[in-house]
Write a protein that binds this ligand. Structure first.
Ligand code: PMV
Length: 326
């Protein structure tokens, strides 16, 4: 069923086992699997409306007409959906990110998972969660995981069909997002992954260690505590930043302030608090902790950035016009 309109809402996710590197760039198959928590905060709301009379797609982002790479990625994604649906129709896509743009949290994961749900509905495709995850993956790898509620495991797979995310049980946890101001202009994750795979002497070891880490994290989520999950996550995050820093020309995403936050988190642990740090391809830091300790951790880190406690939230899903306006 479709009247040519699809509206969806999705949230970013933070990886506790990181995705960094592809085995197949055209199909967006990752070199290894990964695990993340989908947020309950920083929604992206996307509306796709078909226009059979239009000559080209239009893309609006936060009230402004988008061009360049951002629009090209949306059009390339819609081409995939059109091919699946056997349609030639162009579409108007309107996206609003709740996260402050300057905060660097308006992520491609919430964007492409919302677009996967909205566009597939607009084009009349009836996709289950695994199929939506595969589709979202084609826009941005990490978007495969934002289709899933709460904790998600993305199976690397050898083929398109095998590479999708699904839910995984884990203890109830919180992330304290510490947004660092003065975000530097970063190299895109797409370019940085390419460069890491092509030039880091440690890339092969990184892939092997990620496969091992994934197994340990699955076991820790099933039966371990937040401290065990956090220790695995922080170690793996620092290994990702190490392999990124080892490419040529070099790339560094962590700023001096990010390192200060990692130090402050280590001091919290020394004082008996459950707190473990992680960071994606940028200077912002997310601190994994328990629901009971989240406010205290946020308070302790408030001098180092803008803090916000996020919990496990909904995977990308269709919403109606009324909910979209609210
Ligand atoms: O999906 P992309 O291309 O934005 O890559 C995401 C890479 C990291 O955020 C650094 C790690 C991850 O697993 O999300």
């Amino acid at each position: 069923m479709s009247n040519g309109v699809g509206i969806a809402r999705a949230y970013p996710n933070m990886a506790l086992v990181k995705y960094w590197g592809k085995r197949d760039e055209a199909m967006m198959l990752p070199a290894a699997g990964s695990i993340s928590m989908t947020f309950d905060t920083y929604a992206t709301t996307t509306r796709v409306e078909l226009d059979p009379t239009a000559q080209s797609d239009t893309v609006e982002l936060n009230g402004q007409v988008a061009g360049g790479d951002a629009a090209a990625r949306v059009v390339a994604f819609l081409d995939i959906v059109r091919e699946m649906a056997g349609s030639q129709s162009r579409a108007h896509t309107v996206t609003v990110n709740e996260a402050p743009t300057a905060a660097g949290l308006a992520s491609s994961a919430s964007g492409f998972s919302a677009l996967a749900v909205a566009a597939s509905r607009a084009y009349g495709l009836d996709l289950d969660q695994a199929a939506l995850s595969r589709l979202a993956r084609r826009g941005s790898g990490s978007a495969a995981r934002s289709v899933v509620d709460g904790m998600a495991i993305w199976h690397a797979g050898d083929t398109d069909v095998e590479s999708f995310a699904e839910p995984i049980d884990a203890p109830d946890m919180r992330l304290v997002i510490v947004t660092v101001n003065a975000a530097q202009k970063a190299v895109s994750s797409r370019e940085a992954m390419r460069r890491t795979a092509a030039t880091s002497p440690f890339y092969g070891e990184w892939v092997t260690c990620t496969e091992e880490t994934l197994e340990r994290m699955v076991a820790a989520c099933a039966s371990g505590g937040v401290d065990e999950i956090g220790r695995i996550a922080e170690t793996h995050a620092l290994r990702m930043h190490a392999v990124i820093q080892s490419c040529d020309p070099p790339i560094r995403y962590l700023s001096p302030r990010s390192h200060e936050i990692f130090d402050a988190v280590a001091a919290l642990r020394d004082a008996g608090t459950t707190a473990w740090a992680t960071a994606d391809a940028g200077p912002n830091v997310a601190v994994l902790t328990t629901p009971a300790e989240a406010d205290a951790v946020a308070g302790a880190l408030a001098d180092l950035g803008t803090v916000r406690v996020v919990g496990p939230g909904h995977g990308a899903r269709a919403i109606d016009e009324e909910t979209a306006r609210a």
